[in-house]
Ligand binder design. Structure first.
Ligand code: PGA
Length: 254
């Protein structure tokens, strides 16, 4: 059985000094919780330092995005080659903030998934419906479309490196409402079915994480949901005290 995944995307937070101090504490936290596979997704500018800060641990390092081309005239973009050079292991792709504010679309995400695979990173694909999709009950269609397009033409063999995170837009951030355990089970089952449809039995091996206002109050219930293989935590993990609290609570459910 794979270890339960626990990680955080820092978004655009933490100065260099704050990041260094935080990672020192995460090292200690992870060393004391070997049942979990930790991963950290800092901003690009902090990756090199973060790699050093988590040296000799098995904490995985991720980037928040990448460009699908190796090089070219793409001002402001980040080549997958550079990420590989740093030793980045995960490429977070399609976070709802990127879809919402930077027009990231499913066709481009397919190119990014392939670039991540080519450069030996784990694509961590974020999928999730908007509040309006939920209201009009088209969540299954939205989620299936996002997965089918992003993973189009990915082979069964390559699928073994994929991760998926279910992050409904309406659940994310300070104004978000966390999804209920019941709703998370409902959507995670749809995700699992779609992965099985694409990759046969191998679809069962792809971890599916939940993210969106995970906190000390709801983490145990969410982690206990069927088909939840990890938690992808935002603001509740950026503060080491609350992250520690979540880890301690989750230790109880092993
Ligand atoms: P949040 O962020 O936990 O602060 O809601 C989650 C995410 O965006 O991954």
């Amino acid at each position: 059985m794979k270890r339960f995944l626990l990680g955080t995307n820092w978004k655009m937070h933490k100065t260099f000094d704050e990041a260094e101090a935080y990672l020192k504490k995460v090292r200690i936290l992870a060393a004391d919780a070997p049942a979990f596979q930790f991963f950290m997704i800092p901003p690009f500018t902090h990756l090199q330092m973060a790699k050093e800060a988590i040296k000799d641990t098995d904490i995985l390092l991720g980037a928040q995005n990448l460009h699908w081309e190796e090089e070219g005239n793409y001002t402001g973009e980040i080549s997958p080659v550079w990420l590989q050079e740093i030793g980045v292991q995960i490429a977070e792709l399609g976070h709802s903030e990127r879809r919402q504010y930077y027009n990231e679309n499913d066709a481009d995400l397919n190119k990014k998934v392939k670039a991540a695979l080519k450069f030996k990173m784990t694509p961590l694909l974020c999928v999730g419906e908007r509040a309006g999709d939920k209201q009009f009950q088209v969540t299954p269609e939205v989620i299936r479309r996002q997965i089918k397009m992003a993973f189009f033409d990915v082979s069964v063999q390559q699928s073994q490196r994929l991760w998926v995170a279910y992050e409904p837009t309406w659940a994310i951030g300070p104004s978000g409402t966390p999804a209920s355990a019941e709703y998370v089970e409902y959507v995670h089952e749809i995700i699992r079915e779609q992965l099985l449809e694409l990759f046969g039995e191998n679809g069962n091996k792809i971890p599916v994480l939940y993210g969106g206002s995970v906190n000390p109050q709801n983490c145990v219930q969410l982690a206990n949901c069927k088909n939840v293989d990890g938690l992808f935590i935002g603001r509740a993990a950026w503060d080491i005290a609350s992250f520690t609290c979540i880890v301690e609570l989750l230790k109880g459910i092993e």
